[in-house]
Design a binder for this molecule. Sequence first.
Ligand SMILES: [Mn+2]
Length: 471
Amino acid sequence: MDGGNESQLDAGFNTPDLCSLCERGGLGVHVVLGNEACDLDSMVSAIAFAYFLTKTSPDQKAAFVPVLNIPRSEFPLRAECSFLLRESQLCEDLLMFRDEIDIHELHRLGRLTLTLVDHNVLPRGDAALEEVVTEVIDHRPVERQSSPGCVVTAELVGSCATLVTERIVQRAPNILDKQLAYMLRSTIVLDCINMIPEAGKVTPKDTEYVALLESKFPNLPPRAAVFDSLQKAKFDVSGLTTEQMLRKDMKVVTGGDLRLAISAVYMKLEDLLLRPCLKKEFEEFCRSRGYDVLVAMTISFSKKNEPFRQLAVYSPHSDLRELVSRELEESEAPSLQLEAMDSPCSEISAYRQENSLASRKKVLPIIMDLLRAREAGRAAPERSCRPWETAAARGGGLRGEASRDDRHGGGRPEDACNDEDVQLPPTPMNSLVEGCPLDGGLPKLTPEAILEKFNQMATEGPSDPASTGRR
Ligand SMILES: [Mn+2]
Protein backbone atom coordinates (compact mmCIF):
# COMPACT_ATOMS: atom_id res chain seq x y z
CA MET A 1 0.00 0.00 0.00
CA ASP A 2 1.01 3.60 -0.30
CA GLY A 3 3.50 4.33 2.41
CA GLY A 4 2.20 7.87 2.76
CA ASN A 5 -1.42 6.87 3.23
CA GLU A 6 -2.75 7.75 6.61
CA SER A 7 -4.66 4.83 7.98
CA GLN A 8 -8.35 5.52 7.64
CA LEU A 9 -9.34 2.49 9.67
CA ASP A 10 -7.35 3.64 12.70
CA ALA A 11 -9.27 6.87 12.89
CA GLY A 12 -12.57 5.29 11.95
CA PHE A 13 -12.98 3.00 14.90
CA ASN A 14 -14.14 3.75 18.31
CA THR A 15 -11.58 1.63 20.07
CA PRO A 16 -12.30 2.45 23.66
CA ASP A 17 -10.89 0.50 26.50
CA LEU A 18 -13.38 -0.88 28.92
CA CYS A 19 -12.65 1.70 31.61
CA SER A 20 -13.52 4.61 29.41
CA LEU A 21 -16.61 2.76 28.27
CA CYS A 22 -17.72 2.41 31.87
CA GLU A 23 -17.01 6.05 32.61
CA ARG A 24 -19.30 7.03 29.81
CA GLY A 25 -21.95 4.99 31.56
CA GLY A 26 -24.92 3.85 29.58
CA LEU A 27 -23.07 3.76 26.32
CA GLY A 28 -23.94 0.79 24.17
CA VAL A 29 -21.14 -1.45 22.96
CA HIS A 30 -21.73 -3.23 19.68
CA VAL A 31 -19.14 -5.97 19.36
CA VAL A 32 -18.39 -7.53 15.99
CA LEU A 33 -17.02 -10.96 16.80
CA GLY A 34 -15.14 -13.38 14.55
CA ASN A 35 -14.78 -17.09 15.26
CA GLU A 36 -12.46 -18.68 17.79
CA ALA A 37 -9.94 -19.71 15.17
CA CYS A 38 -9.31 -16.02 14.55
CA ASP A 39 -8.07 -16.76 11.06
CA LEU A 40 -7.54 -14.00 8.54
CA ASP A 41 -11.14 -14.14 7.38
CA SER A 42 -12.51 -13.70 10.89
CA MET A 43 -10.15 -10.88 11.70
CA VAL A 44 -10.67 -8.89 8.51
CA SER A 45 -14.42 -9.48 8.41
CA ALA A 46 -14.73 -8.21 12.00
CA ILE A 47 -12.57 -5.15 11.37
CA ALA A 48 -14.23 -4.24 8.07
CA PHE A 49 -17.74 -4.78 9.30
CA ALA A 50 -17.21 -2.81 12.52
CA TYR A 51 -15.82 -0.02 10.37
CA PHE A 52 -18.86 -0.21 8.11
CA LEU A 53 -21.19 0.00 11.12
CA THR A 54 -19.22 2.89 12.59
CA LYS A 55 -19.59 4.82 9.36
CA THR A 56 -23.18 3.97 8.59
CA SER A 57 -25.09 3.27 11.79
CA PRO A 58 -27.78 5.76 12.76
CA ASP A 59 -26.92 5.00 16.40
CA GLN A 60 -23.91 7.28 16.73
CA LYS A 61 -23.72 6.83 20.48
CA ALA A 62 -22.80 3.15 20.31
CA ALA A 63 -19.20 2.05 20.06
CA PHE A 64 -18.65 -0.51 17.31
CA VAL A 65 -15.75 -2.69 18.32
CA PRO A 66 -14.22 -5.53 16.34
CA VAL A 67 -13.06 -8.17 18.82
CA LEU A 68 -10.49 -10.79 17.87
CA ASN A 69 -11.75 -13.95 19.49
CA ILE A 70 -8.45 -15.15 20.98
CA PRO A 71 -6.25 -13.89 23.81
CA ARG A 72 -3.69 -11.36 22.59
CA SER A 73 -0.89 -13.73 23.62
CA GLU A 74 -2.08 -16.20 20.95
CA PHE A 75 -1.88 -13.68 18.15
CA PRO A 76 1.74 -14.44 17.18
CA LEU A 77 0.48 -17.88 16.13
CA ARG A 78 -1.65 -16.17 13.46
CA ALA A 79 1.29 -14.95 11.43
CA GLU A 80 -0.76 -14.23 8.31
CA CYS A 81 -3.01 -11.95 10.36
CA SER A 82 -0.22 -9.86 11.81
CA PHE A 83 1.44 -9.81 8.40
CA LEU A 84 -1.64 -8.35 6.74
CA LEU A 85 -2.05 -5.78 9.50
CA ARG A 86 1.51 -4.64 8.95
CA GLU A 87 1.06 -4.52 5.19
CA SER A 88 -2.15 -2.55 5.67
CA GLN A 89 -0.48 -0.11 8.09
CA LEU A 90 -3.00 -0.95 10.73
CA CYS A 91 -1.49 -1.04 14.19
CA GLU A 92 -2.03 -4.26 16.14
CA ASP A 93 -2.21 -2.31 19.40
CA LEU A 94 -5.44 -0.66 18.30
CA LEU A 95 -7.26 -3.95 18.08
CA MET A 96 -9.14 -5.49 20.93
CA PHE A 97 -8.69 -9.14 21.82
CA ARG A 98 -11.09 -11.38 23.63
CA ASP A 99 -9.19 -11.25 26.92
CA GLU A 100 -9.25 -7.47 26.94
CA ILE A 101 -12.96 -6.88 27.03
CA ASP A 102 -15.45 -8.52 29.41
CA ILE A 103 -18.26 -9.15 27.00
CA HIS A 104 -20.30 -11.08 29.54
CA GLU A 105 -20.10 -8.20 32.02
CA LEU A 106 -21.25 -5.74 29.35
CA HIS A 107 -24.09 -8.12 28.66
CA ARG A 108 -25.06 -8.23 32.34
CA LEU A 109 -25.07 -4.43 32.34
CA GLY A 110 -27.47 -4.52 29.42
CA ARG A 111 -25.08 -2.64 27.16
CA LEU A 112 -24.01 -5.30 24.70
CA THR A 113 -25.10 -5.89 21.13
CA LEU A 114 -23.40 -8.57 19.05
CA THR A 115 -22.78 -9.17 15.38
CA LEU A 116 -21.20 -12.50 14.46
CA VAL A 117 -19.00 -12.73 11.39
CA ASP A 118 -17.41 -15.88 9.96
CA HIS A 119 -19.44 -18.12 12.26
CA ASN A 120 -23.11 -18.33 13.06
CA VAL A 121 -23.38 -20.16 16.36
CA LEU A 122 -21.76 -19.05 19.57
CA PRO A 123 -19.69 -21.69 21.37
CA ARG A 124 -21.22 -23.15 24.51
CA GLY A 125 -19.35 -20.81 26.84
CA ASP A 126 -20.88 -17.80 25.12
CA ALA A 127 -24.38 -19.20 24.67
CA ALA A 128 -25.78 -16.67 27.15
CA LEU A 129 -24.92 -13.91 24.69
CA GLU A 130 -27.20 -15.37 22.07
CA GLU A 131 -30.07 -13.08 23.01
CA VAL A 132 -28.16 -9.96 21.99
CA VAL A 133 -27.00 -11.21 18.58
CA THR A 134 -28.69 -8.90 16.12
CA GLU A 135 -26.87 -9.86 12.97
CA VAL A 136 -24.90 -12.76 11.49
CA ILE A 137 -22.78 -12.81 8.35
CA ASP A 138 -21.29 -16.17 7.55
CA HIS A 139 -20.26 -18.39 4.68
CA ARG A 140 -21.01 -21.81 6.05
CA PRO A 141 -24.26 -23.71 6.53
CA VAL A 142 -26.49 -22.04 9.08
CA GLU A 143 -26.76 -23.98 12.29
CA ARG A 144 -28.52 -21.38 14.38
CA GLN A 145 -32.24 -21.20 14.99
CA SER A 146 -33.88 -18.26 13.38
CA SER A 147 -35.16 -15.53 15.65
CA PRO A 148 -37.02 -12.35 14.79
CA GLY A 149 -34.41 -10.06 16.31
CA CYS A 150 -31.53 -11.39 14.25
CA VAL A 151 -30.77 -10.77 10.58
CA VAL A 152 -28.81 -13.61 9.01
CA THR A 153 -26.78 -13.29 5.82
CA ALA A 154 -25.39 -16.69 4.93
CA GLU A 155 -24.07 -17.84 1.59
CA LEU A 156 -21.69 -20.67 0.83
CA VAL A 157 -18.98 -18.55 -0.73
CA GLY A 158 -15.23 -19.03 -0.33
CA SER A 159 -14.70 -16.23 2.14
CA CYS A 160 -16.83 -14.33 4.61
CA ALA A 161 -14.92 -11.24 3.48
CA THR A 162 -16.75 -11.56 0.16
CA LEU A 163 -20.09 -11.07 1.91
CA VAL A 164 -18.73 -8.14 3.90
CA THR A 165 -17.41 -6.60 0.68
CA GLU A 166 -20.80 -7.05 -0.92
CA ARG A 167 -22.51 -5.27 1.94
CA ILE A 168 -20.11 -2.35 1.81
CA VAL A 169 -20.32 -2.05 -1.97
CA GLN A 170 -24.12 -2.12 -1.87
CA ARG A 171 -24.72 0.11 1.13
CA ALA A 172 -21.73 2.41 1.55
CA PRO A 173 -19.36 2.26 -1.43
CA ASN A 174 -17.98 5.67 -0.43
CA ILE A 175 -16.23 4.23 2.65
CA LEU A 176 -14.25 1.83 0.53
CA ASP A 177 -10.71 3.13 0.31
CA LYS A 178 -7.58 1.43 -0.89
CA GLN A 179 -6.59 0.20 2.56
CA LEU A 180 -9.92 -1.47 3.17
CA ALA A 181 -10.06 -2.86 -0.36
CA TYR A 182 -6.57 -4.28 0.07
CA MET A 183 -7.50 -6.08 3.29
CA LEU A 184 -10.74 -7.50 1.93
CA ARG A 185 -9.32 -8.59 -1.39
CA SER A 186 -6.22 -10.16 0.23
CA THR A 187 -8.46 -12.20 2.50
CA ILE A 188 -10.67 -13.42 -0.32
CA VAL A 189 -7.64 -14.32 -2.42
CA LEU A 190 -6.09 -16.32 0.43
CA ASP A 191 -9.33 -18.10 1.36
CA CYS A 192 -10.05 -18.93 -2.27
CA ILE A 193 -6.53 -20.30 -2.85
CA ASN A 194 -5.55 -17.60 -5.32
CA MET A 195 -8.97 -17.92 -7.02
CA ILE A 196 -7.90 -21.19 -8.65
CA PRO A 197 -11.06 -23.21 -9.40
CA GLU A 198 -9.30 -26.59 -8.97
CA ALA A 199 -8.61 -25.82 -5.32
CA GLY A 200 -12.36 -26.07 -4.82
CA LYS A 201 -12.91 -22.96 -2.71
CA VAL A 202 -13.73 -20.09 -5.04
CA THR A 203 -17.33 -19.33 -6.07
CA PRO A 204 -18.59 -16.90 -8.73
CA LYS A 205 -19.43 -14.31 -6.09
CA ASP A 206 -15.88 -14.34 -4.71
CA THR A 207 -14.54 -13.80 -8.21
CA GLU A 208 -17.07 -11.06 -8.85
CA TYR A 209 -16.10 -9.01 -5.80
CA VAL A 210 -12.38 -9.50 -6.20
CA ALA A 211 -12.76 -8.23 -9.76
CA LEU A 212 -14.84 -5.32 -8.55
CA LEU A 213 -12.28 -4.31 -5.92
CA GLU A 214 -9.56 -4.54 -8.55
CA SER A 215 -11.48 -2.36 -10.97
CA LYS A 216 -12.02 0.28 -8.29
CA PHE A 217 -8.41 0.12 -7.15
CA PRO A 218 -6.27 -0.84 -10.13
CA ASN A 219 -3.06 -0.23 -8.18
CA LEU A 220 -3.58 -3.11 -5.78
CA PRO A 221 -0.60 -5.49 -5.91
CA PRO A 222 -1.01 -8.51 -8.20
CA ARG A 223 -3.14 -11.35 -6.83
CA ALA A 224 -0.38 -13.92 -7.06
CA ALA A 225 2.01 -11.73 -5.10
CA VAL A 226 -0.58 -11.17 -2.37
CA PHE A 227 -1.41 -14.85 -2.21
CA ASP A 228 2.22 -15.96 -2.11
CA SER A 229 3.21 -13.51 0.60
CA LEU A 230 0.23 -14.40 2.80
CA GLN A 231 0.77 -18.09 2.24
CA LYS A 232 4.42 -17.64 3.12
CA ALA A 233 3.55 -15.65 6.23
CA LYS A 234 1.11 -18.35 7.27
CA PHE A 235 3.83 -20.98 7.12
CA ASP A 236 6.53 -18.72 8.47
CA VAL A 237 7.24 -19.80 11.99
CA SER A 238 10.63 -18.14 12.24
CA GLY A 239 9.19 -15.38 14.42
CA LEU A 240 7.75 -17.83 16.92
CA THR A 241 9.40 -19.17 20.01
CA THR A 242 10.16 -22.88 19.87
CA GLU A 243 7.32 -23.50 22.28
CA GLN A 244 4.80 -21.59 20.13
CA MET A 245 6.06 -23.35 17.04
CA LEU A 246 5.63 -26.80 18.55
CA ARG A 247 2.23 -25.93 19.96
CA LYS A 248 0.88 -24.43 16.73
CA ASP A 249 -0.09 -27.71 15.13
CA MET A 250 0.37 -30.48 17.64
CA LYS A 251 -1.18 -33.81 18.35
CA VAL A 252 -0.75 -35.74 21.59
CA VAL A 253 -1.16 -39.48 21.91
CA THR A 254 -1.14 -41.44 25.14
CA GLY A 255 -0.77 -45.15 25.62
CA GLY A 256 -0.20 -46.84 28.94
CA ASP A 257 2.71 -45.13 30.62
CA LEU A 258 3.74 -43.10 27.56
CA ARG A 259 2.70 -39.65 26.45
CA LEU A 260 3.93 -38.58 23.08
CA ALA A 261 3.60 -35.27 21.21
CA ILE A 262 3.81 -34.98 17.44
CA SER A 263 4.16 -31.46 16.10
CA ALA A 264 4.00 -30.37 12.49
CA VAL A 265 6.55 -27.61 12.07
CA TYR A 266 6.67 -25.52 8.93
CA MET A 267 10.38 -24.98 8.44
CA LYS A 268 13.48 -26.89 7.37
CA LEU A 269 14.75 -29.23 10.05
CA GLU A 270 18.25 -27.83 9.59
CA ASP A 271 16.96 -24.40 10.61
CA LEU A 272 15.13 -25.84 13.60
CA LEU A 273 18.22 -27.71 14.74
CA LEU A 274 20.27 -24.53 14.45
CA ARG A 275 18.18 -22.76 17.06
CA PRO A 276 20.34 -22.01 20.08
CA CYS A 277 19.32 -23.84 23.25
CA LEU A 278 17.05 -26.15 21.24
CA LYS A 279 17.77 -29.14 23.44
CA LYS A 280 16.93 -27.13 26.54
CA GLU A 281 13.74 -25.84 24.94
CA PHE A 282 12.64 -29.34 23.92
CA GLU A 283 13.45 -30.57 27.39
CA GLU A 284 11.45 -27.80 29.05
CA PHE A 285 8.56 -28.26 26.62
CA CYS A 286 8.31 -31.97 27.36
CA ARG A 287 8.89 -31.63 31.09
CA SER A 288 6.29 -28.92 31.64
CA ARG A 289 3.65 -30.73 29.63
CA GLY A 290 4.46 -34.25 30.68
CA TYR A 291 5.53 -35.64 27.31
CA ASP A 292 7.99 -38.52 27.29
CA VAL A 293 8.79 -38.21 23.61
CA LEU A 294 8.48 -35.39 21.10
CA VAL A 295 8.33 -36.03 17.37
CA ALA A 296 8.79 -32.91 15.25
CA MET A 297 7.73 -33.41 11.65
CA THR A 298 8.98 -30.55 9.54
CA ILE A 299 7.47 -29.57 6.23
CA SER A 300 9.04 -27.11 3.83
CA PHE A 301 8.24 -26.40 0.23
CA SER A 302 10.47 -26.45 -2.80
CA LYS A 303 10.42 -23.67 -5.38
CA LYS A 304 7.96 -25.80 -7.30
CA ASN A 305 5.77 -25.94 -4.19
CA GLU A 306 6.54 -29.60 -3.59
CA PRO A 307 6.53 -30.61 0.07
CA PHE A 308 9.80 -31.70 1.62
CA ARG A 309 9.57 -33.57 4.89
CA GLN A 310 12.04 -34.20 7.69
CA LEU A 311 11.59 -35.62 11.11
CA ALA A 312 13.20 -35.39 14.53
CA VAL A 313 12.66 -37.56 17.56
CA TYR A 314 13.49 -36.11 20.94
CA SER A 315 13.46 -37.73 24.33
CA PRO A 316 15.68 -37.36 27.36
CA HIS A 317 15.20 -41.11 27.86
CA SER A 318 17.45 -42.87 25.38
CA ASP A 319 15.46 -46.12 25.48
CA LEU A 320 12.23 -44.37 24.56
CA ARG A 321 13.87 -42.26 21.88
CA GLU A 322 15.39 -45.36 20.31
CA LEU A 323 12.16 -47.26 20.56
CA VAL A 324 10.21 -44.59 18.67
CA SER A 325 13.02 -43.93 16.19
CA ARG A 326 13.34 -47.62 15.39
CA GLU A 327 9.61 -47.97 14.90
CA LEU A 328 9.57 -45.08 12.45
CA GLU A 329 12.71 -46.28 10.66
CA GLU A 330 11.42 -49.79 10.24
CA SER A 331 7.81 -49.05 9.37
CA GLU A 332 6.81 -50.70 6.12
CA ALA A 333 3.24 -49.56 5.64
CA PRO A 334 3.97 -46.89 4.89
CA SER A 335 7.71 -46.88 4.60
CA LEU A 336 8.88 -43.41 5.57
CA GLN A 337 12.25 -43.94 3.87
CA LEU A 338 14.15 -42.20 6.62
CA GLU A 339 17.75 -41.14 6.04
CA ALA A 340 19.69 -40.17 9.15
CA MET A 341 20.90 -36.57 9.37
CA ASP A 342 23.45 -34.90 11.58
CA SER A 343 22.05 -33.87 14.93
CA PRO A 344 23.46 -31.35 17.38
CA CYS A 345 23.00 -33.67 20.34
CA SER A 346 22.40 -37.28 21.20
CA GLU A 347 18.94 -36.61 22.64
CA ILE A 348 17.66 -35.71 19.17
CA SER A 349 17.58 -38.16 16.26
CA ALA A 350 17.17 -36.37 12.94
CA TYR A 351 16.05 -37.75 9.58
CA ARG A 352 15.30 -36.77 6.06
CA GLN A 353 11.99 -38.37 5.10
CA GLU A 354 12.23 -39.39 1.47
CA ASN A 355 8.60 -40.47 1.40
CA SER A 356 7.18 -36.97 1.15
CA LEU A 357 3.60 -38.23 0.95
CA ALA A 358 3.65 -39.62 4.47
CA SER A 359 2.05 -36.78 6.43
CA ARG A 360 1.42 -36.87 10.13
CA LYS A 361 -1.87 -38.58 9.42
CA LYS A 362 0.14 -41.51 8.09
CA VAL A 363 2.76 -41.40 10.82
CA LEU A 364 0.31 -41.31 13.73
CA PRO A 365 -0.94 -44.89 13.25
CA ILE A 366 2.63 -46.17 13.33
CA ILE A 367 3.08 -44.56 16.71
CA MET A 368 -0.34 -45.64 17.93
CA ASP A 369 0.58 -49.21 17.07
CA LEU A 370 3.79 -48.91 19.00
CA LEU A 371 1.99 -47.57 22.05
CA ARG A 372 -0.60 -50.30 21.79
CA ALA A 373 2.00 -53.02 21.56
CA ARG A 374 3.82 -51.58 24.52
CA GLU A 375 0.62 -51.42 26.48
CA ALA A 376 -0.17 -55.02 25.67
CA GLY A 377 3.21 -55.88 27.12
CA ARG A 378 4.51 -57.50 24.00
CA ALA A 379 8.26 -57.54 23.64
CA ALA A 380 8.23 -56.81 19.94
CA PRO A 381 5.40 -54.84 18.45
CA GLU A 382 3.75 -55.97 15.27
CA ARG A 383 5.14 -54.33 12.22
CA SER A 384 1.96 -53.98 10.27
CA CYS A 385 0.53 -50.51 10.15
CA ARG A 386 -3.19 -50.45 10.58
CA PRO A 387 -5.44 -47.58 9.76
CA TRP A 388 -6.07 -45.30 12.68
CA GLU A 389 -9.77 -46.11 12.69
CA THR A 390 -9.10 -49.78 13.18
CA ALA A 391 -6.59 -49.06 15.88
CA ALA A 392 -8.99 -46.77 17.69
CA ALA A 393 -11.85 -49.20 17.36
CA ARG A 394 -9.84 -51.96 18.98
CA GLY A 395 -10.01 -49.97 22.18
CA GLY A 396 -7.47 -50.10 24.96
CA GLY A 397 -6.11 -47.11 26.76
CA LEU A 398 -4.86 -45.19 23.75
CA ARG A 399 -6.01 -41.66 23.47
CA GLY A 400 -5.46 -38.86 21.05
CA GLU A 401 -5.92 -35.22 21.77
CA ALA A 402 -5.41 -32.09 19.79
CA SER A 403 -3.54 -29.12 21.08
CA ARG A 404 -5.58 -26.05 21.86
CA ASP A 405 -4.46 -24.48 18.68
CA ASP A 406 -5.22 -27.62 16.76
CA ARG A 407 -8.74 -27.50 18.04
CA HIS A 408 -9.34 -23.92 17.12
CA GLY A 409 -7.45 -23.23 14.00
CA GLY A 410 -4.84 -25.65 12.86
CA GLY A 411 -6.70 -28.90 13.33
CA ARG A 412 -7.38 -31.47 10.70
CA PRO A 413 -10.84 -32.87 10.41
CA GLU A 414 -9.43 -36.26 9.44
CA ASP A 415 -7.80 -36.60 12.81
CA ALA A 416 -10.50 -34.85 14.72
CA CYS A 417 -13.29 -37.25 13.93
CA ASN A 418 -11.24 -40.18 15.16
CA ASP A 419 -10.44 -38.70 18.50
CA GLU A 420 -12.01 -40.56 21.34
CA ASP A 421 -11.91 -38.06 24.10
CA VAL A 422 -12.37 -34.67 22.56
CA GLN A 423 -15.27 -33.23 20.68
CA LEU A 424 -13.79 -30.95 18.09
CA PRO A 425 -15.70 -28.29 16.24
CA PRO A 426 -15.45 -28.27 12.46
CA THR A 427 -12.09 -27.08 11.31
CA PRO A 428 -11.48 -24.34 8.79
CA MET A 429 -10.30 -25.79 5.51
CA ASN A 430 -8.10 -22.80 4.96
CA SER A 431 -6.10 -23.17 8.12
CA LEU A 432 -2.64 -24.48 8.66
CA VAL A 433 -3.36 -28.14 8.18
CA GLU A 434 -1.69 -31.11 6.66
CA GLY A 435 -4.80 -31.87 4.72
CA CYS A 436 -4.89 -28.39 3.27
CA PRO A 437 -5.40 -27.94 -0.45
CA LEU A 438 -1.82 -26.81 -0.95
CA ASP A 439 -0.23 -29.72 0.80
CA GLY A 440 0.88 -31.24 -2.44
CA GLY A 441 1.75 -27.90 -3.94
CA LEU A 442 -0.51 -25.77 -6.08
CA PRO A 443 -3.07 -27.76 -8.04
CA LYS A 444 -2.07 -28.49 -11.59
CA LEU A 445 -4.42 -27.27 -14.26
CA THR A 446 -4.98 -30.30 -16.43
CA PRO A 447 -8.00 -31.33 -18.48
CA GLU A 448 -8.24 -34.46 -16.33
CA ALA A 449 -8.38 -32.43 -13.13
CA ILE A 450 -11.17 -30.25 -14.46
CA LEU A 451 -13.08 -33.25 -15.72
CA GLU A 452 -12.71 -34.94 -12.36
CA LYS A 453 -13.98 -31.83 -10.62
CA PHE A 454 -17.05 -31.75 -12.85
CA ASN A 455 -17.72 -35.40 -12.20
CA GLN A 456 -17.38 -34.79 -8.51
CA MET A 457 -19.82 -31.89 -8.67
CA ALA A 458 -22.26 -34.00 -10.64
CA THR A 459 -22.10 -36.75 -8.04
CA GLU A 460 -22.46 -34.41 -5.11
CA GLY A 461 -25.28 -32.47 -6.70
CA PRO A 462 -26.25 -28.90 -5.91
CA SER A 463 -28.66 -29.81 -3.12
CA ASP A 464 -25.98 -30.69 -0.61
CA PRO A 465 -24.15 -27.50 0.27
CA ALA A 466 -22.57 -29.07 3.35
CA SER A 467 -20.54 -31.41 1.19
CA THR A 468 -18.54 -28.52 -0.22
CA GLY A 469 -16.89 -28.35 3.17
CA ARG A 470 -16.40 -24.61 2.95
CA ARG A 471 -15.81 -22.49 5.86
MN1 LIG B 1 -14.05 -17.99 6.97
